[in-house]
Each structure stands twice: as structure tokens, then as C-alpha cells.
Design a protein around this ligand. Structure first.
Ligand SMILES: [Zn+2]
Ligand SMILES: [Zn+2]
Length: 359
């Protein structure tokens, strides 16, 4: 392409500044970049403008070209591929890939739930204090009327100039292209305001204490134009007076009276949704566990549920009145030793051992 007019290719005058050349190239490269333009001639045009720019953006090569005109070839050869690649990289690193902006801070919020709420799942409204981009200034911290001034060192491009052209963001304006001369009234120039945000947490059924629910983009907005962080809602399930939880299973201690376990009874017991009745067979021992399959907690993200375990605990009466004491004595006399085989065997062993020691 050396025979062609590089200035013409970029559509700029021979006395154009580096900034003008850069802007012209940026616009043309955006238009003809093969990722963005599928017309057949686009790729050649892209190569041409990039070659022209590679020469004209280098002051040394540009002055050689100005002297030699159409006879110019850089060292008798076209621009080296690495030069071209560097130009493309310096532009398209910033233009086509999204600039990695700082993200806002992630926030945490603890939501307290009852076991019953967790068993069914629910939508829980919460109010979270967080920072969002200021609606008055749009987040840049400058008063909309006359709050901005074009950054002079970079001419508003946001890119540093100099020997290694526009390789980095302009240090003066941090890549914004402008400086704030009058801070926004609403946010005092921070670009963010604090709000009490009303949100709804979708609590899936079966979650447990310590689990995190993520609300994407509901954390703090960053200063500058990056995305907001996320909000992590930490689940805290309150202790229950009746139910203890072991994974998906629920455990309940079931206090029964002696006459209930001895003679049998139908007893109303709690479940997480309500209640049910179980039959206690005559002679049920203390410590026995009744297992009610599928009556525990729902499994998170799956079908099915854990079990409900009811453990019998024989409640021994205390602080007896005189008449109660007499009734129990009568009851003890009425029952023969054969009704308490374990106790009878125990007594027998003790008796044998003491007679061996005595002899
Ligand atoms: Zn503002
Ligand atoms: Zn600047």
C-alpha cells in the first residue's frame, strides 16, 4: 500500500495533530474491524487504515513519509507485523473488549427465619442499606450543569499521549476524559448515594443456617462506572422449641407417662406442618424411636424430604403428694416381680455375688 496516500486513507489533512489522526483511525477501525463488519472489503480497508495509522502515529516514520511521499517505504519494507499488531492491540484492547472496571463491594445481610418458614420456602421482603449510582449526575460526581471540564492533557480522550501513544488511561482524569470542576450537589461528588433498598429474597424450601443466597448486582455500586457488587443473604434459622434438625431429618423428644408406655396410648405429636397421631404400643420402652418417613425437612433443590424421628422419653414424676405416693406404693405391691424381668435379673446377680464374697 506504500504507493497510496496515508493521509487520504485516514481522511485527515497533512498538518493534522496526533490526536486528530488517532481519532480518525479510531472511527475508521471501529467501522471496518472484521469482528464488527462482515462486508467483503472491510478486512482490506481495516488493514489499510491500520497500516496508514502505524506510519503516521510514529513521529519519526511520519516525517520520513512527509519527505518521501508516495516513494516512502519504511526501510524499504512495509511496516513490520509486530508494529501493526501493537497498534491494533493498543486500540482494540480498550475499544472492543470491555474495560475491566472496578466492581462495587459485595454486601452481606442476615435474614432470620423460623423452621416452619424454611420448611415451606417463601418470598421474604428485606430492606437493605446500599449505595447506588447517583441519579442526579449519573454516577460521575459532576454537577450536570457546568460540572465537567474537558481534560486538557488528554484532550478528552481519556488516553495518555506521548512516546508510547495512548497505551494507558490518562493519569490526569483516570481515563474519564474530563475533570470535575463542580461536584454534584446530590452526592457531594462521590457519584453514589445511600438508599434503603426494598428487595425480596426468594428463600428456597429446605435451606439451613449459614447458607448464602445471592442477589446479583444488589451490592454497592462502585465509584466510577463499573457494575455493582452482589448481595449475599445469609440464612439464620431460629432454634425451635420442639424440633431439632440433623440434616434433612427432624428430631423430637417425646415425653410419655409411665401408664402410657405401659398400657399403650394414641398420642398427638407435632410435625413441621401441623400434627399427627401415633399409636404407642403397650410395653413401649423408654428411648424407643418412632420414625415417620418423609415428614422431615424438604431437601434443597431436590424432591423428597427427610424423616421425623420421635424419641420416647419416660417422664418420671417428681414432688409427689402423699396420696400420689400411696397410690404408687399400692401399684408397686400389685405388680409381681415377673413384670420387671430386667430388675429381677439384676437383683439376682447382686445377691449371688454377695453370697460368694461372704463364704
Ligand atoms: Zn451525583
Ligand atoms: Zn485525561
Amino acid at each position: 500500500m506504500a504507493h497510496r496516500d496515508y493521509y487520504n486513507v485516514l481522511g485527515v489533512g497533512r498538518r493534522s495533530s496526533q490526536d486528530e489522526i488517532k481519532r480518525a483511525y479510531r472511527a475508521l477501525a471501529m467501522r471496518f474491524h472484521p469482528d464488527r463488519n462482515s462486508e467483503p472489503e472491510a478486512e482490506q480497508r481495516f488493514k489499510d487504515v491500520t497500516e496508514a495509522y502505524t506510519v503516521l502515529s510514529d513521529p519519526e516514520q511520519r516525517s520520513r513519509y512527509d519527505r518521501l511521499g508516495p516513494l516512502y517505504t519504511p526501510d524499504g519494507r512495509p511496516p513490520k507485523p509486530e508494529d501493526v499488531n501493537e497498534v491494533i492491540g493498543s486500540f482494540f484492547g480498550g475499544m472492543f473488549r470491555r474495560k475491566t472496571q472496578d466492581r462495587g463491594t459485595d454486601l452481606r445481610y442476615t435474614v432470620s427465619l423460623t423452621l416452619e418458614e424454611v420448611a415451606t420456602g417463601l418470598d421474604r421482603p428485606i430492606v437493605v442499606p446500599r449505595r447506588v449510582h447517583c441519579h442526579h449526575c449519573g454516577g460521575d460526581g459532576a454537577e450536570p450543569e457546568g460540572g465537567r471540564a474537558i481534560c486538557e492533557p488528554c484532550g478528552g480522550t481519556g488516553r495518555s499521549s506521548g512516546a508510547r501513544l495512548f497505551r494507558t488511561s490518562c493519569y490526569h482524569c483516570d481515563g474519564q476524559g474530563f475533570t470535575v470542576v463542580k461536584p454534584c450537589n446530590t452526592c457531594d461528588g462521590d457519584g453514589r448515594i445511600s438508599i434503603e433498598d426494598s428487595l425480596v429474597v426468594k428463600v428456597p424450601k429446605g435451606v439451613a443456617t449459614g447458607q448464602k443466597l445471592k442477589l446479583s448486582g444488589k451490592g454497592d455500586a462502585p465509584t466510577g462506572s463499573g457494575e455493582a457488587g452482589d448481595l449475599f443473604v445469609i440464612v439464620n434459622v431460629a432454634e425451635h422449641t420442639l424440633f431439632r434438625r440433623r440434616g434433612d431429618d427432624l428430631l423430637v423428644e417425646l415425653p410419655l407417662t409411665f401408664s402410657e408406655v405401659a398400657t399403650g396410648a394414641d398420642v398427638v405429636v407435632p410435625t413441621i406442618e401441623g400434627q399427627t397421631t401415633i399409636r404407642i404400643a403397650p410395653g413401649t420402652p423408654s428411648g424407643k424411636i418412632f420414625r415417620l418417613a418423609g415428614r422431615g425437612m424438604p431437601k434443597v433443590g431436590r424432591s423428597g424430604r427427610g424423616d421425623l424421628h420421635l424419641q420416647v422419653m419416660l417422664e418420671v414424676p417428681t414432688e409427689l403428694s402423699n396420696s400420689e405416693r400411696e397410690a404408687l406404693a399400692g401399684w408397686a405391691r400389685a405388680l409381681s416381680a415377673s413384670r420387671h424381668p430386667l430388675r429381677a435379673a439384676f437383683d439376682e446377680v447382686v445377691r449371688i455375688r454377695s453370697s460368694v464374697e461372704a463364704s
